[in-house]
Design a protein around this ligand. Sequence first.
Ligand SMILES: NC(=O)c1ccc[n+]([C@@H]2O[C@H](COP(=O)([O-])OP(=O)(O)OC[C@H]3O[C@@H](n4cnc5c(N)ncnc54)[C@H](OP(=O)(O)O)[C@@H]3O)[C@@H](O)[C@H]2O)c1
Length: 188
Amino acid sequence: MPPSRPHGLYAFTMPRVPLIAVTPNKAKMRVYLKACRAQNGTIGNKGEIPWYVKNTEDIEELSVGCPVIMGRRTGGKLMGPLSNRVNILITSDKNYKKEGFHIFNDSDSALDFAKSQKNDKCFVLGGGSIFRQFLNYTDTIYLTTLLADFEGDTFFPKDFAEKFAKTNSVMYNSNIDFIFETYERYYD
Ligand SMILES: NC(=O)c1ccc[n+]([C@@H]2O[C@H](COP(=O)([O-])OP(=O)(O)OC[C@H]3O[C@@H](n4cnc5c(N)ncnc54)[C@H](OP(=O)(O)O)[C@@H]3O)[C@@H](O)[C@H]2O)c1
């Protein structure tokens, strides 16, 4: 469900691109990728997210109730698991443990575990290396773009839009204005 628009300037809905209603995911679970990038593509700097944006609570809650997948550099920094979600963390460290997280050593096992949760969707929450690896499995992208540039060392994949069609776009007023967009994969 799209978030409400607490301080929106305007909203427009793109015409839906006809998609063949078959997903490539074996268990028919849809894979959602949720990211926030600066206008210049930055998603992180020195292991942190270099901004604080107000009015994003509804966007943060989109993944509630679903399995969520994170890389070790992202999930490892959290104080604990995200509430009301099955938290899945990927690392190459075979001895890695973190309370409240299911640990996997490769992306396929992590995705298979997410599918085994019998949910109709899961969310890929980053960071950069995980976004790049899971883009091929992703059906829907929820992408927030801040209307400001930020210095950073981690970026959202530039060429992602080649395989996705923008289906929705809403602009919000906040301490940093932003656009929340939905992209759906083209299937052939
Ligand atoms: N703006 C946003 O939407 C957003 C969201 C999330 C995070 N971020 C930011 O993104 C940055 C982190 O991104 P990142 O790319 O540096 O790190 P990351 O994707 O969070 O985690 C990378 C780590 O995940 C593990 N990993 C990834 N792929 C793997 C694979 N196929 N097999 C085994 N392990 C694998 C490795 O852990 P090991 O080194 O333990 O092997 C790797 O070092 C931070 O600045 C964070 O704040 C931004």
